[in-house]
Design a protein around this ligand. Structure first.
Ligand code: NAD
Ligand code: MG
Length: 385
């Protein structure tokens, strides 16, 4: 029986993971160890009861009594707070889904890697802020990191057994988000509600807004660099409004292998769950004749400065990823709270990168968690000012 844990189970990706475990869990195929969530205690408790998890953890210490009460009589252990998340992540399992949103996913992800097994990584923020540290932690424990972000899962599948030597470049697609066709003037006045809708994907609010600002794609370019060890010049972004092709690998011989599928995260999560096998998944199959046509455009970096910033972050290396991610998280908090406008986010992030690039140690890859958190805290304070 495979032991599994899901971090961020109550979120959009996490709940899809829970559904897949339910779907694939016939005849007791899985032994769920830890499920974690945030403020939605009823949802977390229900999931933990349904899956008969060993332990349910909320990120918030003040909710421990609520969680205990919601789990009363179930036999599921209740715990709360950051230390409890890390303790739960260190429990031995074969497969962990890392689906917490933001840099908060890094510490549990590192703990999960250190105990070995497979880390199915949706939490792209941890690769952006500490790619080298994650890879090293995983390698030391003999753990495997598999991509769950749809574009990176698509690249992983399109690459197959080829080595990077034959690869000329890779392309990840971007739907263009909610504001694909908006004028720059209109963008400046975009509201949180308008930015929180997505034409093709149902996702958490933060990644949905990041899709509208292209910060999500910027993060994904860095994620591709960190995951596959590709240099920045070999990673391209293509706007593809239909979100049917998720990524493409172009070889030196002129052949391009594309990965297509309906925009449904259960494909990428399920692929990582069953890897290296492929099993049937509860997803819609493509009907290309019904879709009719697929369209593409070159992204305009003037309109989406986040893409240019991603290239600058990759060129700078060192702590730039941690600063970029944290400044972006702070700017997003400020936009959601109504303190800044939609088009103020990128200048905020850029100003933070510029201000901190002169600090001692900025050029070095953060090689432990406290160093990542140091840069993360510094960047959030700077970006908030
Ligand atoms: P979400 O907001 O729907 O869920 C986030 C989860 O993290 C929830 O369970 C929440 O309780 C938990 N959480 C939030 N703050 C936390 C904290 N400080 N400490 C511990 N737990 C916390 O987010 P989502 O859309 O499911 O995205 C999760 C991750 O997956 C993100 O890194 C996102 O970029 C990535 N991702 C999401 C999608 C998608 O389709 N939603 C696709 C690709 C990648
Ligand atoms: Mg993605």
């Amino acid at each position: 029986m495979r032991r599994i844990s899901i971090f961020g189970a109550t979120g959009s990706v996490g709940a899809n993971g829970v559904d897949l475990i339910r779907h694939a869990g016939g005849a007791g195929a899985y032994h769920p160890v830890a499920l974690t969530g945030g403020r939605n205690i009823p949802r977390l408790a229900q999931m933990a009861r349904d899956l008969r998890a060993e332990i349910a953890v909320t990120a918030y210490e003040d909710l421990l009594d609520d969680l205990r009460a919601a789990l009363a009589g179930s036999g599921v252990e209740a715990a709360a707070g950051e230390a409890a998340l890390i303790e739960a992540a260190a429990r031995p399992v074969d497969w962990t889904l890392s689906a917490i949103v933001g840099a908060a996913g890094l510490a549990p992800g590192l703990a999960a890697l250190a105990q070995g097994g497979v880390l199915a990584l949706a939490n792209k923020e941890s690769l952006v802020c500490a790619g080298a540290l994650l890879r090293r932690t995983g390698a030391r424990a003999g753990a495997t990191i598999l991509p769950v972000d749809s574009e990176h899962s698509a690249l992983f599948q399109a690459l197959g057994n080829e080595t990077l030597d034959s690869v000329k470049d890779v392309t990840i697609t971007a739907s263009g988000g909610a504001f694909r066709d908006w004028s720059l003037e209109r963008l400046a006045a975009a509201t949180v509600a308008q930015a929180s809708t997505h034409p093709n994907w149902a996702m958490g609010q933060r990644i949905t807004i990041d899709s509208a600002s292209m910060f999500n794609k910027a993060m994904e370019v860095i994620e591709a660099k960190e995951f596959f060890g590709l240099d920045a010049a070999r990673i391209k972004v293509l706007v593809h409004p239909e979100s049917i092709i998720h990524a493409m690998v172009t070889h030196h011989d002129g052949g391009t292998i594309a990965h297509l599928g309906a925009p449904d995260m259960r494909h990428a999560i399920g692929y990582a769950l069953h890897w290296p096998e492929r099993r049937p998944l509860p997803v819609d199959l493509l009907d290309l004749a019904a879709i009719g046509s697929l369209t593409f455009r070159t992204p305009d970096e003037g309109r989406w400065p986040a893409l240019r910033l991603a290239r600058e972050v990759m060129a700078a290396g060192g702590a730039a990823g941690a600063v970029f991610n944290a400044a972006k998280e702070q700017a997003l908090d400020d936009f959601i709270a109504g303190r800044i406008g939609f088009t103020d986010m990128a200048p905020r992030v850029e100003a933070t990168l510029t201000a901190l690039s002169g600090e001692a140690g900025f050029g070095h890859d953060p090689d432990d968690l406290p160093t990542v958190l140091y840069w993360d805290g510094l960047a959030r304070r700077k970006a908030a000012r």
